[in-house]
Design a protein around this ligand. Structure first.
Ligand code: ADP
Length: 406
């Protein structure tokens, strides 16, 4: 492109066609193009037609160009967006932190996102948020430097286009869920036996107590101890199921917590953008990494986030906050907090027990699986009831040794 189109002889149409053809995959090329396109009209025609939302910001984070696709995606007109800080397109806490990210890059040259791209959350004009894939490029012109951002709305993305990694996580989840279905029917059958036995022993004991003589009381004692044994057996059957679901091929590695949470969040939020949930991520910068089986921990997050989203469907305030802070003993505490109606009293009483659900199609296994996974990671998970209402689930994970880097 450089050799073919350098200089002023390049036909505008050629350049335009080229730009249009390379845009879907070529953020970097367009970055270069942005820098070189001295003609405003040319830039405008590109901005009007790039299929992905494209935003150009200057060194201070002020929007200088806003493509037609960006207008559609974010709900701002170009004229409204240009001149404003790019932070208007971000939910908290990214909004708060963006200035310091940029400052850090400009002063240290340390790249966190430029040229790398990542999955994150965007905010529309009406305050609703959505998962998006962001690729950022940098362009230097003679006088200044600009940053170009390409944004792809993940809510609209076809299932077949989902990034491989997300698919793997989802597949691992789906295959366990379907294996769970098979397990569940055999489980129902297996459980029936000890439960019927418990009922029989207890009923017999009750009848024997009509005549509470010494002989009968001895039999009652025996019947009750048999009933207890059967109940323990029923519990073991359920535990086996939970272990089976959680076990998988557990492989713990040092994982970047921010990336892990971002991906799980994007995965859990696919298709729910229209509910207009205000999603906030607040991950303490002091956390480097965690030592976990990524797919399993993402499964925990997806379960908790989906439960929260379902709880928020009819809530007057729809806010979901996912946060992570370092705590004592080299651990990290992660919270998923919603402003929904709070937990049903019966569910709360039997919290983390399997098959407890208030949903028509719910299996009531999500929280129980979350607990098994977190405990397999030597962490704990608990319910916290925020004073202002809603539900908070918190869990802990081992932070990776800082020596391991990341
Ligand atoms: P399921 O989602 O299949 O019902 P779970 O074990 O994940 O199974 O959840 C059990 C029950 O806990 C749900 O049916 C719901 O009643 C309740 N629950 C879980 N998370 C929340 C939440 N964030 N807000 C309100 N209720 C919740």
């Amino acid at each position: 492109w450089r050799t073919e189109h350098d200089g002023t002889t390049a036909a505008r149409n050629d350049l335009y066609d080229y730009a249009a053809s390379c845009v879907p995959n070529g953020a970097c090329l367009l970055t270069e193009l942005t820098a070189r396109a001295s003609s405003e009209a040319l830039l405008h025609s590109i901005l009007a037609t790039v299929p992905d939302a494209m935003i150009v910001v200057d060194e201070t984070g002020v929007i200088v160009s806003f493509s037609a696709a960006a207008e559609q995606l974010f709900g701002f007109n170009e004229s409204e967006a240009v001149g404003q800080s790019v932070e208007i397109l971000m939910p908290h806490p990214d909004r708060r932190q963006h200035g310091s990210y940029m400052h850090r890059y400009l002063t240290t040259g340390q790249k966190r996102i430029i040229g790398i791209g990542r999955i994150t959350v965007g905010q529309r004009r009406d305050g609703s948020t959505f998962p998006m894939e962001l690729a950022v490029g940098e362009a230097r012109t003679a006088h200044s430097r600009v940053f170009t951002g390409f944004i792809r709305d993940l809510t609209r993305r076809q299932a077949t286009e989902v990034r491989l990694e997300e698919m793997q996580a989802e597949l691992a989840h789906a295959s366990r869920v379907s294996a769970m279905g098979t397990m569940a029917s055999s489980l129902a059958h297996e459980l029936n036996q000890p439960l019927t036995a418990v009922a029989n022993y207890v009923e017999a004991a009750r009848d024997l107590l009509d005549v509470p003589n010494a002989e009968n009381v001895a039999i009652v004692r025996e019947a009750l101890s048999d009933a207890a044994k059967q109940a323990v057996r029923a519990g073991q059957i359920v535990r086996r199921l939970r272990d089976f679901i959680a076990r998988g091929d557990s492989e713990k590695r040092v994982e970047n917590l921010r990336g892990l949470i971002n991906e799980a969040n994007a995965l859990a939020l696919i298709g729910v953008a229209e509910l207009g949930i205000d999603v906030r991520l607040d991950i303490d910068d002091a956390i480097s990494g965690v030592l976990v089986d990524k797919v399993q921990v993402q499964q925990v997050l997806v379960n908790l986030i989906r439960n929260a989203v379902e709880a928020l469907t009819d809530a007057p305030t729809r806010r979901l906050t996912i946060s992570a802070v370092p705590i004592a003993d080299q651990m990290v505490q992660i919270s998923v907090v919603d402003t929904g109606p709070g937990l049903d009293a019966e569910v709360e009483r039997k919290l983390f027990r399997p098959f407890v659900s208030t949903k028509d199609a719910g299996m009531g296994l999500g929280l129980s699986i979350c607990q098994t996974i977190i405990e397999a990671h030597n962490g704990t998970i608990w319910l916290d009831k925020p004073a202002e209402g809603g539900t908070a689930f918190r869990f802990t994970l081992a932070a990776s040794d800082p020596e391991d880097g990341r």
